[in-house]
Write a protein that binds this ligand. Structure first.
Ligand SMILES: [Zn+2]
Length: 411
């Protein structure tokens, strides 16, 4: 992928964070509505064929409103609540096109803040002694009802014992796309300081026989828009690939499991419930099954990987973002912004630990996981086959992931 395509796609990715209603329908490309951004892509039938690494381009990315002028605030002293999902909570009262750098975390319906300043565009708010800025359109003085789905995930987790085995329920949406699903995920519950948040940790690979059967890449059975383990244009991909081998001969699946267990312990200690999608060397759950279980049992889904890029030096961490060509397909269209918010949070957490971040992070990739996810979902690559995967390094990486998860959930 060329540098210019890459920077265009990054600018494009930031567009939906605009707080203004913006219609670019004259360009025939997309419509962005509000801070959460509903993006409507045109029908794909007229699109040119995708080739490996191609990112679907849209014009007018530079037309995003841009201002760094702080608004005048009227003094207020009142409690306000978030209305909407994945609303950006910022460290400065403005939006810069192409940059998400002033986004501290995202907030959801019912989250409470103290408002100290009001303007038509942004409100100045306080939480736990910190000052933030949120688009005034997404704040209300009246306490809203918590959406059923959120309340439900907490309730579902509460109804299981610590260590409960969770299989794929065939009645769940997309469950029938899975071909390997006799295995079980395991739910571990925090004791004492539970946050009521469940994190699905997916130790990448580790399904015996996973590469000898295939699943549809997309729920609408359209072809893949980027390359990867499976080439662009394919409609089916291996159910679970074998993973790469580190230059010292260690299989990727061994290291992802080790990291997943370390992350599990840190999450539990911090008060998160943890759904281990693979809790041992082999789990008979394919990528679709793991994703559908996470959709129904967890608040986010984090898959741990190291990249098999053939490089002989450590490239650092990055996450797989949603390619433009997938942003019009459900359930991606309704969820990709959450995926990116989670990915950006994880990278911030890793970076704060002093870990190297790959210069081209994030990498748009058409993954089965992304295509079927209805909760915030990320494939994070913690390095490549040349990376140090010693116990000490895995400790630092999982500290970074925990910090990133805390950022995402505003903890
Ligand atoms: Zn992998």
């Amino acid at each position: 992928m060329s540098i210019s395509k890459r920077s265009r796609s990054l600018r494009r990715a930031a567009l939906p964070f605009t707080a203004l209603m913006l219609s670019l329908s004259s360009c025939g490309t997309y419509t962005v509505i509000g801070e959460t951004g509903v993006v409507q892509e045109p029908a794909t039938s007229a699109e040119p064929a995708m080739t490996e690494g191609t990112v679907q381009q849209t014009e007018a990315a530079s037309e995003a409103p841009e201002t760094t002028a702080a608004p005048e605030f009227e003094n207020r002293d009142e409690t306000v609540y978030i209305i909407g999902e994945n609303i950006n909570v910022r460290t400065a009262p403005y939006i810069v096109a192409g940059e998400n750098s002033n986004i501290a975390f995202s907030a959801n319906t019912g989250d409470e803040f103290r408002r100290t300043g009001y303007s038509d565009s942004f409100s100045r708010v306080e939480r736990e002694g910190e000052i933030y800025y949120i688009s005034s359109d997404y704040l209300s003085k009246e306490k809203p009802e918590i959406p059923e789905s959120e309340a439900a995930s907490e309730e579902i987790a509460a109804s299981y014992e610590n260590g409960a085995e969770i299989g794929l329920d065939p009645s769940w949406t997309y469950a029938d796309f899975s071909v390997i699903n006799s295995g079980k995920a395991v739910l571990y519950k925090a004791t004492g300081n539970s946050k009521g948040i469940t994190v699905a940790v997916n130790a990448g690979h580790g399904t015996k026989g996973g590469s000898s059967v295939k699943t549809w890449c997309h729920p609408d059975k359209t072809p893949k828009v980027t390359g990867g383990t499976t080439a662009a244009g394919s409609t089916k991909a291996v159910a679970v690939s074998g993973g790469m081998t580190f230059s010292d001969g260690t299989p990727e699946a061994t290291v992802t499991l080790k990291a997943a267990k370390l992350l599990k312990d840190k999450l539990l200690a911090a008060g998160y419930d943890v759904l281990m999608l693979r809790d041992g060397e082999d789990v008979q759950l394919d990528n679709v099954a793991r994703t559908v279980i996470a959709n129904n049992m967890a608040d986010c889904h984090i898959a741990l990987h190291w990249d098999g890029d053939g490089l002989s030096s450590d490239k650092g961490c990055f996450y797989m973002s949603t390619p433009e060509g997938l942003k019009g397909m459900e359930p991606v269209a309704s969820n990709w912004q959450k995926h990116h918010a989670l990915g950006d949070s994880l990278i911030s957490g890793l970076s704060a630990q002093g870990l190297k971040i790959w210069g081209s992070n994030p990498l748009p990739m058409d993954l089965t996981q992304t295509s079927f996810s209805t909760v915030a979902s990320v494939d994070i690559e913690l390095g490549n086959q040349a990376s140090d995967h010693s116990d000490a390094k895995l400790q630092t990486l999982t500290d970074g992931l925990l910090a990133g998860i805390n950022i995402y959930f505003g903890q």
